[in-house]
Write a protein that binds this ligand. Structure first.
Ligand code: C5P
Length: 242
């Protein structure tokens, strides 16, 4: 690709989302303050939401940060529709729901004309083929993931949360316009913690991820700003060619 073509491309979005896995707003704020301009997008999951609720989401968006609300909603249609409608008012950019037809249809209805994008969680990465068998499914995890990605795409769900090791195959089914968010990424040499199936940030982006959820590698680092800079360094050169 020649330089002029590169320069004329629209600016690609910052792909790094930092997981605020903390039990209080004060702890989460310590990281947000420490990162400053180095962090523009944060994941608020069940733990922080239970502790600090929608007020904390609004405080982040009020500071100009984007929020990935990782609620993984899964309930009867009416409840999901109403909960998604309320979540949409928080100013979150992404919200997760389980990739079950009834749940996804209700979420789309609840979101209405809000700009918040819905991301589907296909099969939790903690489940294996035996767990699916126990739950009454006769297919494998990869078959169920493929089926649910296709259904999410057909219903108009904008994105998928997936292991980086599945990114390539999911991207093929979801299509080039889908938002693909991958947790479970670790730079080479970084501690894996309890994650078993990880890929490097660069590999995840190469395989089609749009955004990476980064947790402990940054949130528990002695110098979080340096940890973010190292990841951005790893990614430089890849983002402009994808
Ligand atoms: O600290 P670490 O980078 O492992 O954090 C990853 C974040 O992504 C956590 O918030 C975790 O809940 C979330 N996540 C994950 N694996 C999944 C789904 C979500 O690690 N399959």
């Amino acid at each position: 690709m020649i330089v002029d073509e590169l320069n004329s491309q629209p600016e690609l979005p910052d792909p790094l989302i930092f997981a605020l896995d903390f039990d209080s707003a004060a702890e989460a704020d310590k990281l947000v303050d420490a990162l400053g301009d180095a962090g523009g997008f944060y994941k608020v999951g069940m733990e922080l939401f239970a502790a600090a609720g929608p007020d904390y989401v609004r405080s982040l968006t009020g500071r100009g940060k984007r929020v990935f609300l990782d609620m993984k909603y899964y309930d009867i249609g009416e409840t999901v529709r109403r909960a998604v409608a309320v979540a949409a008012k928080s100013g979150a950019t992404f919200l997760t729901v389980h990739a079950v037809g009834q749940v996804m249809r209700a979420a789309i209805e609840g979101r209405g004309d809000s700009p918040m994008k819905l991301l589907a969680v296909t099969v939790l990465t903690s489940l294996d083929d035996n767990d699916l068998h126990d739950m009454g499914h006769s297919c494998t995890v990869s078959e169920l993931v493929a089926k649910r990605v296709a259904q999410a795409r057909d219903l108009g769900i904008e994105g998928i949360v997936a292991s980086p090791l599945e990114a390539r195959s999911i991207r093929q089914i979801a299509g080039p316009g889908a938002v693909l968010v991958t947790p479970g990424v670790r730079s080479r040499g970084a501690s894996q913690g309890d994650q078993k199936r990880v890929a490097t940030p660069a590999d995840a982006i190469r395989d089609g991820a749009s955004y990476l959820v980064i947790g402990r590698q940054v949130t528990r680092a002695a110098d979080p700003v340096a940890a973010v800079a190292a990841i951005r360094d790893e990614l430089s050169g890849i983002l402009c060619t994808r």
